[in-house]
Design a protein around this ligand. Structure first.
Ligand SMILES: Nc1ncnc2c1ncn2[C@@H]1O[C@H](COP(=O)(O)OP(=O)(O)O)[C@@H](O)[C@H]1O
Ligand SMILES: [Mg+2]
Length: 228
């Protein structure tokens, strides 16, 4: 796998039930390093499954998943957990911000897990919050934040440890259109500021337009969508 590639899928097949067609049916795809790519597609075609397979959260039945040159199938549980902690940032539709921790403590979690010292954590949390338009929000409680603010906290937490790959699964699906547009811009800006690669799953054309490229997924293949 060339070093210019961040993710490579080769003929990936994933079947949940033997009596049903596979959800992922021989999918091949390459995400170049530094690219922010949106994947759109109908509900139920397997977009979340695709992302979970790339995150090593689900195994594949056939084919290969390589992230930064590493074949995920070759990793044991501990190595896979370590890969996720270091190299991945995941943003979900539900924010999963912990309500009893401050904004700063939520965002600092990935750094704490990696053993980053407290002073360095505080510096990086402040910088990340500023990128997402949340400068000075460190001591606030998630309970007093809006949905858009909570999702930006979740994005800050997904990026703070500078993962090689950011995966976002319908991150604005729970937000009203105006807030969603603001969060999509914040996510795109943060992924670009960070310089890693990103995959955004969405069914919104407006959200997809914040990415560098758009592909449509139908369970089998990813076809480029031309926007002009
Ligand atoms: N853990 C699971 N067990 C069984 N079927 C599943 C599981 N996860 C997803 N599916 C099925 O796989 C298909 C694709 O699901 P999903 O990847 O969530 O699609 P999307 O994100 O595009 O809406 C759906 O038919 C769904 O019901
Ligand atoms: Mg989904």
């Amino acid at each position: 796998m060339p070093d210019t590639e961040l993710v490579r899928l080769e003929g990936v097949r994933r079947r949940y039930r033997p009596d049903r067609a596979p959800v992922l049916d021989g999918v091949s795809f390459v995400l170049p390093r530094g690219a922010y790519v949106a994947i759109i597609g109908e509900s139920g075609v397997g977009k979340s499954t695709l992302l979970n397979v790339i995150a090593g959260l689900e195994p594949v039945d056939e084919g290969r998943v390589l992230v930064a040159g590493t074949d995920l199938a070759g990793l044991g549980d501990a190595a896979l957990a370590d890969f996720r902690r270091r190299s991945l940032g995941f943003v979900f539709q539900a924010f999963h911000v912990l309500p009893y921790l401050s904004v700063a403590d939520n965002v600092a979690l990935p750094l704490a897990l990696l053993g980053v010292a407290a002073g360095e954590r505080a510096t990086r949390v402040a910088a990340m919050l500023a990128v997402l338009g949340l400068a000075g929000a460190e001591s606030r409680s998630p309970k007093e934040l809006s949905g858009g603010e909570l999702q930006r906290v979740a994005i800050a937490r997904a990026l703070v440890h500078r993962p090689a790959l950011i995966l976002a699964d319908e991150p604005t699906g729970n937000l009203d259109p105006a807030t969603a547009a603001q969060v999509q811009r914040a996510l795109a800006g943060a992924v670009r500021a960070h310089g890693g690669g990103g995959l955004l799953i969405t069914h919104s054309a407006a959200a997809a337009a914040t990415a560098d490229r758009i592909y449509r997924f139908d369970g089998r293949s990813l076809q480029p969508v031309t926007t002009d």
